[in-house]
Design a protein around this ligand. Structure first.
Ligand code: SF4
Length: 363
């Protein structure tokens, strides 16, 4: 298939990068970064970069830097290991089951919070789907399943169909979600694979399918990504976007404001803006302090109509999904609310915390 050829043509080596970027030198330092955190960049995504600009936002999301060797932070900031009930399946919130379907992605984003596993053979991905299926069937409380990864659309169509066939037969599921960045980084996965769209369309008749994707910058919205979105929407799929707030990439009100407007224009609903997690190799490069993040996001919201501002600014920590609601009365005080909570007693609770100017995370 054409998209597989495209994927196989990804840049995956330091030599490949050096051919494209004149400032990249092949040496032990860069080889060390790549050995620890692999790269894989679709040529399509590379074509969105202004090569004369070393600070190009698209470049920062796909081209590695030495900052990734910084060991500050941790690899599992939201307790994924503790919430794993079967290999490859997490059950943190009572209504949601999360399946790690693969460790592969069309592109390995430098800011990924699953940096510990993407691109490397991982023992965290699902191996016994029957067992997972039985678990979900047993738990009436589960109302939705998120098939994620890695990138859920990197699994092949037959396996996607197996997931859909099994999950759509469970009455107590309201809908099925797929987490994929392919509309953004490799839209050919959708535009050049009519079979995938046909499968999604068919099962969408039985059970509503959602796609959760991640556009982080307006430059990612192109004719190709729009076409991928159009085809999915034509098939009846609802597409929601989770942006990650990233230093040097989208930490300006105008950038985020434009992104949300462009997304709503093409029928993609801004759903969350996530605080970047304190992940090793990510934290010191990409995190924006929470107090600044709040100001940026409020200004971006002011540029939107109702649809453009229906997202939440939130962070996923070990206790739950915590919304950053606003500023308190005291200097540096911020107000938070548990939007989702691992411990049922915390659901809906509000708390405040005084943050220093540079604080980027609340545990
Ligand atoms: S596509 Fe998603 S899972 Fe894959 S590297 Fe990017 S952020 Fe991580």
């Amino acid at each position: 298939m054409a998209w597989l050829e495209e994927l196989n043509n990804n840049v995956t080596t330091a030599a490949g990068l050096a051919e494209i970027f004149s400032d990249i030198v092949i040496d032990k330092k860069i080889e060390d970064v790549l050995e620890k955190y692999p790269i894989s960049i679709p040529r399509y995504y590379l074509s969105l970069i202004n090569r004369d600009d070393p600070n190009d936002p698209i470049r920062k999301m796909c081209v590695p830097s030495f900052g990734e060797m910084d060991i500050g932070g941790s690899f599992d900031t939201s307790g994924e290991n503790d919430n794993t009930v079967i290999t490859g399946m997490q059950h943190k919130y009572s209504q949601t089951a999360l399946i790690l379907s693969t460790y592969c992605c069309a592109m390995y984003c430098r800011h990924c919070f699953r940096k510990r596993m993407v691109g490397a053979a991982s023992n965290e991905v699902a191996i016994d789907f029957d067992k997972i299926f039985e678990y979900i069937k047993e738990y009436n409380e589960i109302t939705n399943v998120l098939v994620s990864g890695g990138d859920a659309f990197l699994i092949n169509n037959a396996v996607i169909e197996n997931y859909l066939s099994a999950l759509s037969s469970i009455d107590h599921l309201d809908y099925i979600r797929f987490g994929t960045r392919t509309p953004v980084v490799l839209p050919q996965r959708i535009t050049e694979d009519t079979e995938l769209v046909e499968i999604l369309s068919r099962y969408n008749e039985k059970k509503q399918i959602y796609i959760v994707t991640q556009f982080n910058h307006p430059n990612e919205i192109t004719d190709q990504s729009k076409e991928a979105v159009r085809l999915l929407r034509k098939a009846g799929i609802v597409i929601k976007n989770q942006t990650v707030l990233l230093k040097g990439i989208n930490d300006k009100p105008e950038t985020l404001g434009t992104l949300f407007r462009e997304l709503t224009k093409i029928g993609v609903i801004p759903y969350y803006v996530f605080q970047c997690r304190p992940v090793s190799g990510v934290k010191n490069q990409f995190q924006v302090p929470i107090r600044d993040g709040y100001e940026i996001i409020e200004q971006a919201k002011n540029m939107q109509n109702g649809n453009g501002k229906c997202f939440r600014y939130a962070m996923s920590n070990k206790r739950g999904k915590v919304e950053i609601i606003g500023k308190g009365l005291n200097e540096g005080e911020m107000i938070f609310k548990f939007h989702q909570a691992k411990d049922k007693e915390n659901r809906g609770k509000i708390f405040t915390k005084v943050l220093s100017k540079n604080e980027c995370w609340v545990d």
